[in-house]
Ligand binder design. Structure first.
Ligand SMILES: [Zn+2]
Length: 323
């Protein structure tokens, strides 16, 4: 699950995989080809890479989507410029925490399963292959270089992409899991805490990208995601941007004064009406002393209430008093 769903375009490719609606945004092809021609490439390596990315992201999103469907949602899959997403029209609000965690894990899980099946197939046919730099099996090499490349790309993307997705940096799947776990411990601050985890994990990945993987791209990507999480924390705090804070304070003060005026007017009107009706009652009840005493008592409490409201320090109504 990565980023928002892009708007429909007339160059979208739409099809159904079984009963699962799939839409491929044109940006998916453009970005994937750009990545492929970034390194040493031939038309064959580009074609194999684009095909492997297409299949792998589809497998990943199918993992999410099939579990969503199992939990009663009607999901669809979109492949876009920044990867893919499996979305349901009504979100995951009605799912339990356990179900939401399993849905998040199902994406990387499907990729790992796919990689395992491929390794099993290659070994079962008596060949050897590589998985994330490790030699697997001691059979013959796969018969054609293109086939070797197909298997290598598929294994690399499914296992590698799955592992990357488990890093708890928003909006990767690992961050959704971390958020659910943190929210189960602290429902109010769980989301914010998961954003802090995201900032720290993203910063660590910047260092790993630069000094371990020697990949400026990984460093840049995680630096950017950490920055987005930091921005989200600021928004979460509800702080208005610094330039707007003066105007914001003025607006709050004006609202407060208006509310006070309205409250005063309401109490005054009520008191006036009561005094009038009291007077009428008094007239009628002049002959009955117990009703007269009751009326006087009501009048006294009402005028006390009006006095209390006029005092600047008094508080009327409910709600938090702004400072
Ligand atoms: Zn995912």
């Amino acid at each position: 699950m990565l980023f928002e769903e892009p708007a429909r375009s007339k160059y979208d490719l739409s099809f159904n995989l079984g009963r699962m609606p799939v839409r491929v945004h044109p940006a998916f092809w453009i970005i994937t080809v750009l990545f492929a021609i970034g390194g040493p490439s031939t038309p064959t390596t580009i074609l194999v890479w684009v095909g492997a990315i297409f299949v792998s992201i589809l497998v990943h999103e199918l993992g999410h989507a099939l579990l969503m469907r199992r939990y009663g949602l009607s999901p669809h899959i979109v492949l876009h410029g920044m990867g893919g997403l499996a979305a349901a029209d009504f979100g995951l609000r009605s799912q339990s925490r356990r179900e939401r965690i399993l849905i998040a894990l199902a994406g990387p899980g499907a990729g790992f399963l796919f990689a395992l099946l491929l390794v099993g197939l290659v070994l079962g046919l008596g060949y050897r292959t590589h998985l994330l730099g490790l030699a697997i099996g001691n059979g013959a090499a796969l018969p054609s270089p293109t086939l070797q490349l197909v298997i290598a790309d598929l294994l690399y993307i499914n296992a590698g992409w799955g592992l990357v997705n488990l890093i708890p940096v928003h909006p990767l799947d690992g961050a959704h899991v971390a958020e659910e776990l943190l929210r189960s411990r602290d429902p109010e601050r769980g989301t914010r805490n998961s954003l802090w985890v995201s900032v720290v994990a993203g910063a660590i990945m910047v260092v790993v990208g630069l000094f371990v993987l020697d990949s400026p791209f990984v460093a840049f990507l995680f630096g950017y995601l950490a920055y987005l999480s930091f921005v989200a924390i600021q928004r979460h705090r509800g702080l208005p941007p610094p330039s707007a804070s003066k105007g914001w304070k003025r607006l709050r003060e004006r609202l407060r004064r208006t509310r006070r005026k309205v409250e005063l007017r309401v109490v005054e009107t009520a008191a006036k009406q009561s005094i009038e009706s009291q007077a009428r009652m008094e007239e009628k009840a002049a002959s009955k002393p117990e009703i007269k005493a009751e009326a006087e008592e009501m009048l006294r409490s009402l005028s006390e209430e009006a006095r209390r409201v006029r005092k600047p320090s008094s508080k009327i109504g409910h709600g938090r008093e702004e400072d």
